[in-house]
Each structure stands twice: as C-alpha cells, then as structure tokens.
Design a protein around this ligand. Structure first.
Ligand code: HEM
Length: 498
C-alpha cells in the first residue's frame, strides 16, 4: 500500500486523489461556499423538534440575490422558522403545504437532482469562455489549452443572471480549469490558476455555494442536452454540453451516470410521500411509497449496468480519470492550487465523484442507514460538494420522522417487507458498484501496470499512459475496496430482522 492509500478514515480516491483527511480548507469551504443556499427549507416537521441549522446567513442571501431573480426556481422569500406556507384546497380550506416540497430544494419532480433542461450557451460577453470550452479535447491534445487560457480576457461573473446561467458558467469554468491543470498529465501540473480564470470562477462558485472545482453537479447534473429537444431523455438522444478527452467513453461516463440519476427520480418523489404518510399514519401510502423507492433503486442498478456498453475501461483509466482528480492530498499537487487574485495561499479541493450525488445520501438518511465513523465522515464531507439546496434536502430528511422506528413500531409484516426490499436493493446497488469499480479501476490498473492495456488506452488525445500515482493506488486497492465494502455492509445491517 502506498502512502496514498494510508488515509485516516476516508477512502483513497482512486478517481481523484486522497480524500482521507478533512479538506485543507474544509472550514473555508463551509464558511464560504455554503453561505448562499438560496432556499431555506427550515420550516420544520410538525410535531418534531425544530431544525438546528439555519442555512442562509444574510450575507449569503444578499450575494445570491443579484444572481437569482424572483420567480426563478432558485428564488424564495425567506420565511420565519415555523411559519408554514399554505395553499388553497379544493374545498376552499387552507391545507398546509408539504414540509419537504421538492421545489423548495431545487429538486424537480421530473428530473430529480438533474438541472432541468440546462442552458447550453452563455450570453455573448462570455463567448471567450464558451469557445475555449467547446474545443477542450483538441486544445488539450495539442497542448495549447494553457496558452489559450492565458489569452482569455478578464471577465467579471457579475453579469450572469439566474441559476441556469450560473450553473453553465460553473460547468464551463470547471472543465477549463481541469484541462488547464492536467493538460500535461500528473508530471506537468501547475501551481497557480491564472487570475482571468480564477477570479470569475471564484465569483460563480460563491454565488452557487459550490466549491471552485469540478464536482458531480457540473460533470453530470448540469452537463446534458437533448439532440432532439422534443425527444426522450435516453442516451441516444443525449450529449454532454462540455467534454474532455476520452471521446465516446467520456460521453458514456457522463451520460450513464445521468441515467442513474434519472432512474432515481421516482425514489426521490417517494421519499416525500413516505415521510408524509408516516406523519399521517397512512400505512397503505407508506407501503406503496417504499415499494416505489425499492423499484427506483433496482432501476438505478440496471442503469449502472450500461457503463459496460458505453465506457472502455482502458480509456477510463488512462485518459478520463486524471481530469476528475482534485488537488487535495494528491502527490501530483502536494501544495494544492493558488487561485490567483483570490488567495495567496494554495487551496485544496477534492475532485469530482458520484459520491457527491445527493441520491444515495438521501436514501441512506430515509432508511436510517448508519455507516461506520470513518466512512460516514468521508461521505459527509462529500456533501460540501453538493448544491446547497440539495444538501439541505438531505438534512431535512435527517431531521424528519424516523421511518425505521415507525416501521418497527407498526409491526406490520408487509410494511417491514417493503422497508427491507429498499435496504436490500440499496446494498445490491452498492455491491454492483463495487463490481464496476473493480473493472474500471483495479483490473484496468493491473493491465496498465503490466503494459497490457487495451489499444484504446493509448487513444487518449493527450495522455499516452495512465497516471502513475493514481495507478499505484489502484494496485493496492485494498483501502478503496474496504471502504466501499464497509458502506455496502453497513447498508445490509440496516435491514429489520423478522
Ligand atoms: C466507471 C464508473 C465508476 C467508477 C470507476 C466509480 C468509482 C468510485 C470510487 C473509486 C469511489 C470511492 C470514492 C471516491 O473516490 O470518490 C466511488 C464512490 C461512489 N460512487 Fe462511484 N464509480 C463509478 C460510477 C458511479 C456511478 C454511475 C454512480 C451513481 C450515480 C456512483 C456512485 C457512487 C457513490 C454513491 C459513491 C460513494 C460510496 C457509496 O455511497 O456507496 N459511481 N465510486
């Protein structure tokens, strides 16, 4: 096992550098990048203790107010705690609206955590960013990206309006940044992100409450377009908006992950129904919601299967992976990265990973899955990489009524069966994910080491060989797999015994 794999608790990220320790700037991250959670959900659960956390310091609201316009999905008028919004029922009486109404957390009934129909172009003044972003694979392959970035004008992010523009700007600047940092592979990294990239990137990140690095929210949630605008959300009709080296495999990696997010949507809506059914002691509805949740998790597993059809392990391992790597505890960038014009000290952030997807965090909280201390600490840190309203959604579920306690106290066999089907499906998903990671990381690493990588491994535009520091981690592999297995096993332990 290399030094890289000897972490203090989290997994060594085979994808993106070691995430074992608290982010160097975890404090800065929470202080700076959580301050603009735009949608305060803190109205509380009826009959339960009031939430401990308020999400929006006033400064954060002010910062976002200039970007999120009233009436847009990200906008909400701050509400006093305990004050519940009301809607008119058919009979004219007022009914309390759901404490966990999805829109308040920027979660869509149709798309879940995916950004609904993301923007694909920024306003004209930002065309220098878009032009670079659209040519990333070629610029990286020809080693010209860094010089192109140096020629970009210094633009302010202040003129970006609304959540959609901000998300596209974050996506574009994140991809340019990853390309800039990793253009020459792990042996030719940079120490400084130039001011004309770093300053607007920081501004956009602050406005969204996201860290200034590529995260799952960029790579997948905001990075999709339909080829036929009226066509279905199927892989044949989809493309990423921005890509990196890796060709069809990069496309497949983004889009298969998107399909997993999409498959989760009925499960996300079922969470809301389940929690309300608990409050209303409506066991019929609760059981139906749990059956739906189980079905969604099973469908996520089926969607994950499609990775094999669309992503070549050798290309994933040798070409794609490095561009997702962060600069926290990464021996290729031991000092982190200076964001010129933002901070004189280098900053350290973890790279992009589906561990930052809100889906499994939400399911774990609903089902009362308790992971071991170390793995839970890592997963919680990953929440800092989620859009703040999505993180707030998970925290709201955590504060809600306990599903498990309710099922235990009901002594209803069918309810218990439905609950256990959810937990079993979640453990199955995690088992299958381990199989995928084995193929795309451990086996691919062994092949790369043995020099037996498939021809596709050399097809990457810029990188002829797998990054060796990352490869070293893949060789040991034990830590990452013990991490993933621990999460899978603690999931299984969440079952209610007969
Ligand atoms: C080639 C495909 C994939 C590979 C190689 C891969 C690899 C990994 C690795 C190495 C980790 C450990 C933590 C980290 O380094 O970030 C991880 C965690 C995780 N991955 Fe993946 N992953 C893949 C696809 C996916 C997809 C499509 C999803 C679903 C959206 C997913 C969901 C997760 C989750 C939720 C975790 C956190 C651990 C857990 O909650 O079980 N992964 N993945």
């Amino acid at each position: 096992m290399t030094a890289l794999t000897q972490g203090k608790g989290g997994p060594p990220s085979l994808l993106h550098g070691n995430r074992d320790q608290c982010l160097l700037h975890d404090k800065a991250l929470s202080a700076t990048f959580t301050r603009v959670c735009s949608d305060p959900p803190a109205i509380g659960w009826p009959g339960l203790a009031p939430p401990k956390t308020r999400y929006i310091p006033a400064a954060g609201q002010a910062a976002l107010a200039q970007h999120i316009l009233p009436g847009q999905p990200g906008h909400s008028t701050p509400r006093a705690h305990g004050q519940r919004p009301a809607m008119e029922a058919d009979d004219g009486t007022e009914e309390p609206s759901l404490p966990l109404a999805l829109t308040r957390f920027q979660v869509s009934e149709e798309f879940g955590f995916l950004l609904p129909d993301p923007l694909t172009e920024l306003p004209e003044p930002y065309s220098p960013w878009m032009e670079v972003a659209h040519q990333l694979p070629q610029l990286i392959a020809s080693h010209r990206l860094r010089s192109r970035v140096h020629q970009m004008p210094q633009l302010s992010a202040r003129h970006l309006r609304g959540r959609e523009e901000l998300h596209l700007a974050h996506l574009v600047l994140s991809f340019i940044t990853m390309g800039y940092v990793w253009q020459e592979g792990e042996e030719g990294t940079v120490q400084v992100l130039p001011r004309n990239l770093a300053v607007p990137y920081w501004e956009v990140s602050e406005a969204l409450g996201l860290p200034p690095i590529l995260s799952h929210a960029d790579f997948v949630l905001a990075n999709w377009r339909r080829k036929d605008p009226n066509g279905p959300l199927e892989i044949e009709n989809l493309d990423p908006i921005i890509t990196l080296p890796g060709g069809e495999s990069l496309r497949g990696f983004v889009l298969v992950t998107l399909l997993v997010e999409k498959a989760a949507v009925p499960g996300i809506t079922a969470i809301v129904r389940a929690l309300h059914a608990i409050l209303q002691h409506d066991e019929e509805t609760l059981q139906r919601a749990l059956e739906e949740l189980a079905g969604a998790i099973e469908a996520m597993r089926e969607a994950l299967r499609r990775m094999h059809d669309h992503v070549d392990p050798a290309v994933f391992y040798a070409v794609i992976r490095i561009f997702l790597s962060g600069w926290k505890d990464n021996p290729a960038m031991p000092a982190g990265l200076v964001y010129e014009g933002v901070s004189e000290e280098p900053l350290a952030f973890s790279g992009g990973s589906a561990a930052q997807s809100t889906v499994l965090h939400a399911f774990d909280e609903l089902l009362g899955i308790r992971h071991s201390q170390d793995t839970a600490a890592f997963l919680h840190r990953m929440r800092n990489y989620m859009p703040p309203p999505h993180r707030a959604f998970v925290e709201e579920i955590q504060r809600g009524p306990s599903l498990k306690q309710h099922v235990l106290s009901c002594r209803d066999r069918r309810l218990r069966g439905a609950f256990n089907r959810c937990v079993a499906a979640l453990a199955e998903f995690r088992s299958y994910h381990i199989t995928v990671v084995t193929k795309y990381v451990a086996v691919a690493a062994a092949k790369a080491r043995a020099g037996r990588a498939e021809p596709g491994a050399r097809a990457g535009p810029a990188l002829g060989k797998a990054p060796s520091a990352l490869e070293a981690k893949g060789t040991g592999g034990s830590h990452i797999f013990s991490f993933l297995k621990s999460i899978r096993d603690t999931t299984r332990e969440g079952m209610i015994s007969a």
